[in-house]
Design a binder for this molecule. Sequence first.
Ligand SMILES: *Cc1c(COP(=O)(O)O)cnc(C)c1O
Length: 385
Amino acid sequence: MNYFNLQTILRPHIQSLTPYSSARDEYTGKEGVFLDANENPLGSTTEADAYNRYPDPHQWAIKEKLAPIKGVQPEQIFLGNGSDEPIDLLVRATCKPGSDNILIMPPTYGMYEVSAAVNDVPIVKVPLTADFQVDTDAVLAAITEHTKLIWLCSPNNPSGNLLQAGAIQTILEAATQSLVIVDEAYIDFADTLSWTGKLADYPNLVVLQTFSKAWGLAGLRLGMCFASVELIQVLNKIKPPYNISAPTQALALEALDHEVEKNDMVRQILAERQYLAENLRTLPGVQVVHPSDANFLLVQFGTGGSNIEPDAKIVFEHLIDQQVIVRDRSKVTLCAGCLRISVGTRVENERLLTVLRHMNNAPVTTDLPLGTGGEATKPELVSNA
Ligand SMILES: *Cc1c(COP(=O)(O)O)cnc(C)c1O
């Protein structure tokens, strides 16, 4: 990794950019009469008079609490408005529109491609192998001097599996002129260590995680990016100054006191994943339930013949008729006939299974509750204080 030099990967104008300097950047003290940010001194128009001041632009309280949990330094953390924000910022920091490119391995998460497309950045696609693993030789052959970002999603969405560590390591070691991003949105559901443990070994490594899945905070919009201090400084330079709102920061701080409950929910979801997979495998219409290291299952329907796509579509439409909504992935590379099904509560999973079991018979008329569920089995929060 001696050859990696972040400065040569950044777009030149980003290297020399002078960032916006906010009022909270220029005076960081907590006490005083604050007449520097044109805020409303009287309070907020909400019940809680809590939001009239701008939030910490660098979210230090969260980073200090998160750093020991993740085994990194606070300066190695970037927090974004969802993972979407660091995904977009990485493209904008490194890729010259029209000429530099990003490399993705379909089937994978759609935002890598969308962020590149929004920025007019070409996309090089090297599909995963039939068992959803990295085609290492093909990836190495596809990398050029213009390849700035290589996106790996592990566990992968929509296939659900972890990518082999050996393949990721090979790419990290070979791609010395690129950033290699490992998106670990589903890491809490996998029986493996995070790549954050390898940040010191690979300066081209970037790890993404999120509060949206295991932490149960998709509505907050809070994504984590771990990388070298040098790269995090660049992301800080180009982000909107106050990208994480005050209520989001307050709630994330609270959530970090409840890691035990997060782990309890993960255990329950893993047990349900097993239950759901076992039961789906007994259904005649189900061809394959792909092994999952995440909180969802990729399930192949159909006859296994040459034209299996319509079958998945019929199952999908039938589920919708019965108010069970899953994701149709049947048009995606390597996913013909496949639906992606999130693991629900026991009641929700039973509802799904019942509808599928009755597909060719009478309509389902059970009184099983609809809605988002989960409330009944969510662990009680206990304060760590
Ligand atoms: C859900 C998901 C995310 C999380 O996105 P947020 O913007 O943080 O909600 C990131 N990557 C993948 C692969 C995902 O499936």
